[in-house]
Design a protein around this ligand. Structure first.
Ligand code: VGL
Ligand code: ZN
Length: 215
């Protein structure tokens, strides 16, 4: 028997627990570092753990600094639709893009890096924001027989929510663990994300519920 019987069909996806999304970071999510303790407990219970990393080239088109006269957190029209402009964050190879040092990383089977194309942002860990360019995660999960994905991390109303919705589209059963997530909450984005996840059939569960059902 494996150390974690019964977890084979379920994967944990830990979204963007990077320094820039934690207090003191360039795009700090309030309380971002508070997710690390519950996330580590989840990681310890799973056999298939995927970590994601927001991983932008310098001068990425989602940075307000690339749009003269535009402020961070305003919105522009890109070729793929509206795009919120962010402070420069998670630039490849910088300390801000590094995983938070307290995150348990050794057990991860795969690290997905997203937002790597200069002219397309990516909130979802399955597709870039053009909704067409895949990251390869769905194929990885299918090849490992995963049917159910559990999501936690940052930010609940952006990368976690978009990833959850895309996972549903790919036919996975999807559970989000809100206690192990924190939100940016820009102009009602948290409420909107919760509504669209609920409507899509995403389930919400506590870390204890998740751990007891996979065991
Ligand atoms: C994210 C905004 C910009 C996230 C990434 O991880 O939720 N949000 N880039
Ligand atoms: Zn980003």
């Amino acid at each position: 028997m494996s150390a974690h019987p019964g977890t084979g069909g379920t994967a944990l996806i830990v979204v963007d627990i990077q320094n820039d999304f934690c207090p003191g970071g360039a795009l700090a999510v309030p309380g971002g570092d508070e997710v690390i303790a519950p996330v580590n407990r989840l990681i310890a219970g799973f056999e298939t753990v995927v970590l994601t990393q927001d991983w932008h080239p310098a001068g990425h088109s989602s940075f307000a600094s690339q749009h003269p006269g535009r402020a961070p957190f305003s919105s522009v029209e890109m070729f793929y639709g509206p795009q919120t402009l962010w402070p420069d964050h998670c630039v490849q190879g910088t300390p801000g893009a590094t995983f938070h040092r307290d995150l348990m990383r050794d057990q991860a089977r795969l690290i997905i890096r997203k937002g790597i194309h200069r002219h397309i942002d990516s909130y979802s860990t399955f597709f870039e924001n053009d909704r067409r360019t895949p990251t390869g995660l769905a194929g990885f999960l299918r090849e490992h027989g995963v049917k159910h994905v559990v999501l936690a991390g940052l930010a609940l109303d952006y990368c976690v929510a978009y990833s959850a919705l895309d996972a549903v589209t790919h036919g996975f059963e999807v559970t989000v663990v809100p206690e192990a997530c924190r939100a940016i909450d820009l102009d009602g984005s948290l409420k909107a994300a919760e509504v669209s996840m609920r409507e899509a059939g995403v389930r919400f569960a506590s870390p204890d519920d998740v751990l007891s059902t996979i065991r």
